[in-house]
Write a protein that binds this ligand. Structure first.
Ligand code: THU
Length: 161
């Protein structure tokens, strides 16, 4: 028997002001995208912005439904938009943020499990890591160099071979 350990690397910033200009600009696009959220049930607006290898920025936001499980998270809306509009163009960085109408928005958001699985599929498909900028309306920001590090022991296409 051999106990093992896993660790992930990420950088924590005290506030948006500490980000470099390009990251701050992408996070601002994600903040803007919270305005496009359709969140009449949770009142939790999530915005995401992807900077692509070709320099384009694509936005996504959560889109809810009266039949709750039908709703989609901002990250998956964004990934589907990118792969439809710019197929096979890798995503360099994705910024994700949120604005809660009922609570504070000062902790970095962290993608849900289904979105992690979807992010990893995209990384594997394009063979390039997706760097994540995770924030709120204020407070700390986390930068994670590779989305896949948030899903250790994940299931992938390799398991189907
Ligand atoms: N949501 C996202 O869009 N992304 C996340 O990372 C977490 C949760 C959405 C789903 C739902 O519309 C609302 O936030 C509350 O869960």
């Amino acid at each position: 028997m051999q106990p093992q350990q896993l660790s992930i690397s990420y950088t924590a910033y005290e506030s948006r002001e500490q980000l470099d200009a390009a990251d701050a600009a992408l996070l601002q696009r994600a903040i803007d995208a919270t305005n496009d959220a359709y969140a009449p049930y949770s009142h939790f607006r999530v915005g995401a912005a992807a900077l692509l290898e070709n320099g384009e920025v694509v936005l996504g936001s959560n889109q809810e439904n009266a039949s709750y499980p039908v709703g989609l998270c901002a990250e998956r809306v964004l990934l589907s938009a990118v792969s439809s509009v710019y197929p096979n163009v890798p995503i360099k960085t994705m910024a994700i943020t949120y604005r809660s109408e009922s609570g504070k928005s000062n902790r970095p958001i962290s993608p849900c499990g289904v979105c992690r699985q979807t992010l990893v599929e995209y990384e594997n498909r394009l063979k390039q890591p997706i760097r994540l900028i995770l924030g709120g309306m204020d407070g700390k920001i986390w930068i994670i160099p590779q989305a896949g590090s948030l899903l250790p022991f994940g299931f992938s296409g390799e398991d189907l071979l």
